[in-house]
Design a protein around this ligand. Structure first.
Ligand SMILES: [Zn+2]
Length: 96
């Protein structure tokens, strides 16, 4: 082995990494991609459970809407507080 100078060592590491084809880059790209996917999922979830639904400003208002729906034959609705917009939405699915 030649020089023990840290700068020479750093140069070797750099060369080694470039021989690997810029793995650092690859990893950060993968991370970003996973991040994008989870963001898209979050957006789709939000679309499904928030943006595409009627919004009620209070629990009482949501309950009135449920009562109105029940009067028209749509039963089994539930109100839930939305974590996205802080309003209330109705759902017919207990797991929504
Ligand atoms: Zn919402």
């Amino acid at each position: 082995m030649g020089s023990k100078k840290p700068s020479a060592n750093a140069k070797r590491v750099k060369e080694f990494k470039s021989q690997l084809g810029g793995l650092d880059d690859l990893f950060s790209r993968e991370e970003k991609r996973a991040d994008d996917i989870s963001k898209r999922k979050e957006q789709a979830q939000r679309e499904k459970s928030c943006t595409s639904k009627n919004r009620y400003t209070s629990y009482d208002e949501a309950q009135q809407a449920i009562a109105a729906c029940a009067a028209h034959g749509t039963k089994g609705l539930k109100a839930y507080k939305c974590p996205h917009c802080n309003g209330w939405h109705l759902t017919s699915h207990p797991w929504d």
